[in-house]
Design a protein around this ligand. Structure first.
Ligand code: NAP
Length: 327
């Protein structure tokens, strides 16, 4: 594993971080059981992963807490998030504090390393900064968490407006950002600011469904070509990103997707979500490989660099668990 410093938090973190949300939720999202999820977390630990991202909305705080019991607390960096409701304009400071206390209990820990507001829209941001953050920071003084973070809503904030403001405000030490091969605008809109203000970055949406489901990618490319946003030749291929896979290049589209984000200047940790032990191994391998060849990176920037908002789909409502959605 390779390690880096997470912005001005000073935390030493693995460049690969295990995400416990998204469509997989450690396999819980696809019908696997808790023992399987714990096995995924332990396999990640064995490979040197020390940063784990969860959220009240994912329902994975308890399993993460259970899996990490017995591991020295200073050997892992636990990131979790307030429920979505706390990121809305009518959330109260009292509810935010109660949520933090609930997360501590679910995780079975006495402190959280990075406590994040989850999916804050540009419209809700002022309330988050002026009402919720001050209340949380008082709890931080008591030691309940060490660093305050914020995550954007990928599909709800395509230009990354909220994160830009958050970087300038100086309150947030960590930001979670959507960036991938077909949604590259964080390169100009976000990373110069996170670097300037030394905000630690957690990268989400590196692969998601668009790159893990070949049919999904081909359909999206066809739609974009129909709309005149991509060259017609790409739409005629059943493997539109196949040009990335060649000797000396990527071994698969997913390999390319993780390597693409990993080496972007300004990216500290790439979150990867999986419920599959084989994927866990290959994804960490990918994240530790060198950058894609320069010619391939130039082609990705040239062909896809202007696209915005592709492939940012979210899991659907899951009324059984009472979660609003699991992102
Ligand atoms: N607003 C927010 O705060 C927010 C939003 C989105 C995500 N996140 C965080 O970011 C994390 C990462 O996002 P993500 O979960 O969407 O991760 P991702 O790494 O972009 O995509 C994971 C998806 O790709 C599949 N996959 C992964 N590796 C594969 C491989 N080698 N071959 C084939 N399929 C593969 C996974 O299914 P398998 O289980 O089959 O591997 C899963 O469906 C989340 O878990 C969460 O912690 C936060």
């Amino acid at each position: 594993m390779e390690y880096t410093t997470l912005g001005r938090t000073g935390l030493r973190v693995s460049v690969a971080g295990l995400g416990t949300g998204g469509f997989s939720r450690l396999g819980l999202g696809t019908g696997k059981d808790e023992a399987h999820a714990i096995g995924i977390i332990h396999a990640a630990l064995d490979l040197g992963v020390n940063l784990f991202d969860t959220a009240a909305a994912y329902g994975t705080e308890p399993v993460l807490g259970k899996a990490l019991r017995g591991i020295a607390r200073d050997q892992v960096v636990i990131c979790t998030k307030a429920p979505f409701g706390i990121s809305s304009s009518n959330a109260t400071a009292e509810r935010a504090v109660a949520s933090l206390d609930r997360s501590l209990k679910e995780l079975g820990t006495d402190h959280i390393d990075v406590y994040q507001l989850h999916g804050v829209s540009p419209a809700a941001y002022d309330h988050a900064r002026d009402v919720i953050a001050p209340a949380l920071l008082r709890e931080k003084e008591k030691g309940k968490f060490h660093h305050l973070g914020i995550t954007e809503t990928g599909p709800g904030d395509l230009p990354h407006q909220m994160i830009q403001q958050a970087c300038r405000d100086g309150l947030w030490e960590v930001a979670m950002i959507a960036f991938h091969m077909m949604h590259q605008n964080a390169r100009t809109n976000v990373f110069p600011l996170t670097r300037e203000h030394r905000v630690g970055t957690l990268l989400m949406f590196a692969v998601r469904n668009i790159f893990s489901q070949p049919g999904r990618l081909a359909a999206s490319v066809r739609q974009l070509a129909d709309a005149g946003e991509l060259p017609r030749e790409l739409a005629e291929s059943s493997d539109p990103l196949g040009f990335l896979v060649h000797p000396g290049g990527a071994s698969s589209v997913i390999d390319a997707a993780y390597r693409f984000v990993r080496h972007e200047p300004g990216v500290d940790v790439v979150l990867f979500g999986t419920g599959d032990i084989g994927h866990l191994h290959t994804n960490i391998d990918s994240l530790l490989k060198p950058p894609l060849p320069e010619a391939d990176r130039a082609r990705l920037a040239g062909v896809f660099g202007r696209l915005v908002g592709v492939g940012l789909d979210a899991p659907h409502l899951t009324p059984l668990s009472g979660r609003a959605k699991s992102d």
